[in-house]
Design a protein around this ligand. Structure first.
Ligand SMILES: Cc1cc2nc3c(=O)[nH]c(=O)nc-3n(C[C@H](O)[C@H](O)[C@H](O)COP(=O)(O)O)c2cc1C
Length: 407
């Protein structure tokens, strides 16, 4: 095996920590406040048991599936993550790895590499957008993504600008000015391999967001773009339906926790939803995504593809999420640890680990295809699930309006 190969995602994380400057590693770890949600995303998967058979097993297993009309070889999709300075090739390396393993690349609008380069590396690139800026600017960004070859959109609407972590937030400069470089130098010099990779590739990270520039303007800085986003009034459900109408193709709404929101998302015409708490980086105290998944999958799984993201580190986690009703999962940190540890090969390594673990789970559970996974494959502890809101929200609201004489 090559020296860069690693055995588990946990090892990729350890290598990422050893390789990255402290601030960059801290930005990847993220999480918010006490880290309750971050931790619950991991703990909840560990609470679920798998119930294997020992005979009449399938000699061959099919791990591919179809999500939002796209055939993928593995029910694991790259979740969009807006982080800078992880690796000189950044999201382009991730996109190549996802293409090599036959899956979809989610590209954050806060990513470090331009959508043109990323979509050229992966024919199944989805462009992620927040509700930020004017409608005109949002449309221009989507038009640019479409022209670049992106085939789908991920709209992420769960962010609440929460900040502060009990373990401290990393220092991230607005720009790598000489003064900032001087302050950053002690961290960077302790990570010579990371520094050398950037120097060899021709420069230092520029900390801009190329995918948020429109009309040929200079790419805004990360914090400049964050400012535009913070000043944008939050979207209504009509706004979300409007955004969906701007994209003729697959549209994933990411960040659903509640049954009523899942119902409204379906009514807004989305192709898929992701049950998600933003990987524990948002309001702290939201339960693990996998606890909220079963009720949401039961409520709307026949109408849209239900996905999940948050806490997936093993192939067994993928099997558990699918058994509880997800069509596929998205991975955030796992792909970032792989990228930091070993570039494109590291992300391929992570996808291979998840593939092998999912395949073993399917083998033991006696299935020959991922679609056969179901709740009978799991031991689910009492009180495991969390359910918020009513799946009939829209109709109840309408009834209320009729009763109130306003409809
Ligand atoms: C460092 C970091 C940056 C992220 N940036 C974005 C982003 O720009 N857009 C987005 O939709 N989600 C973003 N997310 C959330 C991920 O897409 C995903 O929901 C989350 O990472 C899933 O949890 P996991 O990391 O445990 O897999 C980010 C997550 C992390 C850890």
């Amino acid at each position: 095996m090559s020296g860069g190969w690693f055995e588990t995602v946990a090892e990729a994380q350890r290598r990422a920590q050893r390789r990255l400057p402290r601030s960059v590693y801290g930005a990847l770890l993220a999480g918010s406040e006490r880290g309750l949600t971050y931790q619950d995303n991991l703990d909840a998967f560990a609470e679920l048991g798998l119930a294997p058979h020992i005979a009449d097993l399938s000699a061959e297993r099919r791990l591919g599936t179809r999500v939002m009309g796209i055939d993928i070889d593995l029910p694991v999709i790259i979740s969009p993550t807006g982080v800078q300075a992880v690796h000189p090739e950044g999201e382009t390396a991730v996109a190549r790895a996802a293409a090599a393993r036959g899956t979809i690349m989610g590209l954050s609008s806060f990513a470090s590499r331009p959508v043109e380069e990323v979509a050229a590396a992966n024919a199944h690139t989805f462009y992620q957008t927040y509700w930020m800026g004017t409608r005109e600017r949002m449309v221009k960004r989507l038009e640019r993504a479409r022209a670049a070859g992106a085939v789908g959109v991920i709209a992420t609407v769960d962010w609440t600008f929460s900040n502060g972590r009990d373990w401290g937030s990393p220092w991230i400069p607005e720009k790598l000015t000489p003064r900032a470089a001087l302050r950053f130098a002690p961290q960077a010099l302790r990570r010579p391999q990371w520094l050398w990779d950037f120097v060899r590739s021709g420069g230092v990270p520029d900390l801009t967001t190329p995918n948020l520039a429109t009309d040929g303007e200079e790419p805004p800085t990360f914090f400049g773009a964050y400012g535009e986003w913070m000043q944008t009034p939050p979207p209504t459900w009509e706004d979300i339906a409007w955004l969906r109408d701007q994209w003729d193709g697959p549209f994933l709404l990411k960040g659903i926790s509640r049954l009523d929101d899942a119902r409204r998302a379906v009514d807004a015409g989305v192709s898929a939803i992701s049950v998600s708490n933003h990987g524990g980086n948002n309001i702290d105290g939201i339960p693990a995504a996998v606890r909220m998944l079963p009720a949401i999958a039961d409520a709307v799984g026949d109408e849209v593809d239900v996905l999940l993201d948050g806490g997936v580190r093993r192939g067994g986690d993928v099997a558990k999420a699918l058994a509880l009703g997800a069509k596929a999962v998205l991975i955030g940190r796992a792909s970032l640890w792989g990228l930091a540890a070993n570039g494109q090969a590291g992300v391929e390594n992570v996808l291979d680990i998840l593939r092998a673990g999912l395949d073993s789970a399917l083998y033991g559970l006696g299935h020959d295809a991922v679609a056969q996974l179901g709740r009978g494959d799991l031991w689910i502890p009492d009180g495991f699930t969390r359910e918020f809101g009513s799946p009939h929200a829209t109709r109840v609201d309408e009834a209320d309006r009729v009763l109130a004489g306003i409809a």
